[in-house]
Ligand binder design. Structure first.
Ligand SMILES: [Fe+2]
Ligand SMILES: [Fe+2]
Length: 199
């Protein structure tokens, strides 16, 4: 099902940026210096792609369909709570970054704590969706739901300018390059490349 496949492929991009963020944080703790330019790009990616593009599509479309069908409502509530928790961590990373720029002692440790919380929560969250909620959705939705979900995805992306995947992937590649993290495998993104990336 293409809408779910796109969400899974978006997870692959997000996971690779989390790996880059982890490497950035480890290096910052080792050297006591954070690469603040790359941290700014990472916060931008987490907001514009992981949250605005990915989490908002889950919340506005898939989770709504499941709630209407009274499927896994407790799990959906938990996943939505984790989306909110993630926004708090990104906000915390941004505050710590401001304090790093002002030379506040200990601010690198604060940034590392917030980033570490976000990394471990989002990895767990993505695993819960990939292994639990998405396969359950796949088997329990009807053909009309599936078509409706994909049409809604296309409307949402068109409303956002139809370029969020092009921009998100370019940003993710830049973050991976700067942190010497492996580049995102294009082989893992067949649906995004075919349907949502404009040359
Ligand atoms: Fe999610
Ligand atoms: Fe997700």
């Amino acid at each position: 099902m293409i809408a779910l496949d796109v969400l899974v492929e978006e997870h692959r991009i997000i996971l690779q940026v989390l790996e880059a963020l982890e490497s950035m944080v480890n290096k910052a703790l080792e050297d006591d210096v954070l690469d603040t330019e790359t941290a700014v790009l990472t916060i931008e990616f987490l907001r514009t792609f992981a949250d605005h593009c990915h989490h908002s599509k889950e919340e506005e479309t898939l989770f709504q369909v499941l709630k209407r069908r009274h499927l896994a409502t407790d799990v959906i509530d938990l996943l939505e709570e984790q989306h909110r928790e993630g926004r708090t961590y990104v906000h915390g990373m941004e505050s710590a970054l401001r304090q790093i720029n002002q030379g506040k002692p200990g601010a690198i440790g604060d940034f590392a704590d917030m980033a570490g919380n976000l990394i471990s929560m989002l990895r767990r969250h993505i695993q819960q969706e990939d292994d639990g909620v998405f396969p359950m959705s796949q088997s329990s939705m009807e053909e009309g739901d599936r078509r409706g979900l994909w049409n809604r995805f296309l409307e949402i992306e068109a409303g956002a300018g139809s370029n969020r995947h092009t921009r998100g992937l370019a940003l993710a590649d830049e973050i991976c390059r700067r942190t010497q993290t492996a580049e995102i495998s294009r082989a893992a993104l067949p649906n995004i490349l075919k349907e949502l990336i404009k040359d």
